[in-house]
Ligand binder design. Structure first.
Ligand SMILES: Cc1cc2nc3c(=O)[nH]c(=O)nc-3n(C[C@H](O)[C@H](O)[C@H](O)COP(=O)(O)OP(=O)(O)OC[C@H]3O[C@@H](n4cnc5c(N)ncnc54)[C@H](O)[C@@H]3O)c2cc1C
Ligand code: SF4
Length: 493
């Protein structure tokens, strides 16, 4: 049964006088939120629709609910009045509409949500809703729009340089620290054949009473949803998020850049930060992550290539994809430049496939709700791209299965970066490759029934992808070499 907290007499008395009602969503858990400063009452809701509009991974649901309950308790401990709808049926919009009609606040405010669908439905439910710019991000949305309007072509590199200059991040006067903006060439190493060796295990957060109650609820209420909860150890409070940041900077950042693109069986974390969920829920401010990485470099505790590689992901990619999302929605979600209509293979929900790279990446995703960037881009994303999966279906899969999935960051990464469904708005060419790439960057192929040299399904699908999309790809200068190889191959077949 959904539980609705009954207002106590004291609470009812105060509620009568509401001037400002601040709506706080599950990905807005920062105490310095501008919505909170003038609020008499904070409104939060565990709306069931947010867990079911896509078949959300159990760990993703649990992370949001646990972090929300901890945040509610923190607000109350600070003396804030919080209306909290626990385990509530229905949508955010229907719940808010009903409470606003009952409480009649003079103003209802919130910061920009992370999802166009949510913004639209809340605006329709409460037409007077005031939506504030979210200062969590470095770059305000109007600034991104002006930057984009002034350009024929959008590219991350120029956007990122602008932000480095403007915010004085890793700068040496007017020049980039170390004389270059980008150290990618140093950041593409695979592990040796013997593997990564001993890896520093990331700090784990054992579920407390609040989290345990959420895990039990999710396990029964969402028992048919994908994923498992056995390993749930994500940071769910701000204190834990800060601890996770310091653990990463101290133990993994020094090796982060060098092995950023490498993959290894049974090693989901490698040198990655595992900070995306804490950042996206706003438990952590991106300035804290960027500042900590720059400080580690300046103190000689991390090489420049590692610090710059990490900073580019946050100051560059994270801000860039958000700008793309809010500038081009809602039509962006409908893009399908490569006219791809194949259904998503069923094994994306089970991991049951003989292709080792996919079974490993999907298996790990179901186990933890996590895969690192290259697994998402060059394994699950690549297979969907090459085999022409409908972008809408693969987008819904990514939105479902990762603990860090919020649409503003997930959608451009899928539609733009991984599926090239936006026709090159975000990336200068499709990330198309044969099984040889996966073989070079991982040990997956060693255990696979296919061979990257002979019968790898990725390689067959790669040539088919080039054939199928040749006309469109011929217009992309950076595809010239790959298409020349296609022509050569035709001659030799
Ligand atoms: C198809 C696809 C789907 C993705 N979906 C999501 C998503 O739903 N949510 C999400 O946060 N990231 C997404 N990413 C980006 C990236 O894969 C994850 O941010 C990263 O794997 C999270 O793990 P980490 O915290 O260990 O990251 P690290 O490798 O340690 O990177 C550090 C931080 O940089 C940021 N970052 C890195 N790459 C990107 C990127 N491409 N776009 C935006 N931020 C980035 C993240 O905040 C991350 O925590 C997606 C990438 C692809 C290719
Ligand atoms: S041979 Fe092909 S399918 Fe098998 S693991 Fe390697 S890339 Fe994946």
């Amino acid at each position: 049964m959904p539980q609705v907290e009954k207002p106590t007499r004291r609470r009812t008395a105060r509620i009568k006088e509401i001037v400002v009602l601040a709506v706080v969503l599950g990905d807005q858990l920062n105490l310095d939120s501008p919505a909170l400063c003038s609020a008499d009452v904070v409104w939060m809701a565990e709306a069931a629709e947010e867990s079911t509009h896509v078949p959300s991974h159990k760990a993703r649901i649990a992370l949001f609910l646990s972090a929300m309950r901890h945040f509610r308790d923190e607000l109350r401990a600070q003396g804030k009045e919080v209306i909290y709808r626990e385990q509530a049926a229905g949508s955010l919009a229907s719940l808010l509409r009903a409470d606003v009609a009952r409480l009649r606040p003079s103003r209802v405010v919130m910061v920009q949500p992370g999802d166009y669908r949510v913004l639209n439905s809340l605006r329709a439910a409460v037409p007077s809703l005031e939506v504030l710019e979210d200062p969590h991000f470095y770059n305000p949305l109007p600034a991104f729009r002006s930057w984009a309007e002034a350009r024929k072509q959008l590219r991350l590199e120029y956007f990122y340089r602008d932000l480095r200059r403007r915010h004085g991040v890793l700068m040496d006067g007017a020049q980039p620290e170390g004389g270059a903006w980008n150290f990618d060439a140093e950041n593409r190493e695979a592990f040796p054949k013997t593997g990564p060796g001993e890896l520093p295990a990331p700090v784990r957060f054992k579920p407390d009473e609040t989290t345990r109650a959420v895990l039990a609820f999710v396990e029964t209420q969402y028992k048919n949803h994908p994923g498992r909860l056995k390993h749930f150890d994500w940071p769910v409070t701000r204190a834990q998020a800060l601890e996770a940041l310091h653990d990463f900077v101290r133990h993994r950042l020094p090796h982060f850049g060098r092995h950023q693109d490498a993959m290894w069986t049974g090693e989901p974390w490698l040198y990655h930060s595992r900070l995306s969920a804490a950042l996206n829920l706003k438990l952590l401010n991106p300035r804290e992550a960027v500042g900590a990485a720059e400080e580690a470099y300046r103190a000689g505790r991390a090489p420049l290539a590692a610090a710059e590689g990490f900073i580019r992901q946050i100051l560059g990619w994270r801000e860039y994809v958000r700008g793309i999302y809010w500038t081009f929605m809602p039509e962006y979600a409908e893009r399908n430049a490569l006219n791809a209509h194949a259904p998503l293979p069923g094994f994306y929900w089970t991991g049951e496939t003989e292709m080792r790279c996919l079974s490993e990446t999907i298996g790990q995703t179901l186990e933890f709700g996590y895969a690192h960037h290259i697994q998402r881009l060059m394994v699950t994303g690549l297979y969907a791209l090459l085999t022409g999966v409908d972008p809408r279906q693969i987008h819904e899969w990514y939105l479902s299965v990762y603990v860090d999935a919020v649409e503003w960051v997930e959608l451009p990464n899928v539609i733009g970066m991984s599926q090239f469904a936006d026709g090159g708005l975000m990336a200068s060419k499709p990330y198309a490759a044969t099984g040889k790439y996966i073989n070079r960057m991982s040990n997956y192929c060693g255990d696979c029934r296919y061979s990257p040299e002979k019968d790898c399904p990725f390689t067959a699908a790669y040539w088919d992808f080039l054939e199928r999309n040749e006309q469109l790809l011929r217009r992309i200068p950076r595809m010239e070499l790959q298409l020349r190889n296609l022509t050569k191959r035709r001659g030799s077949v």
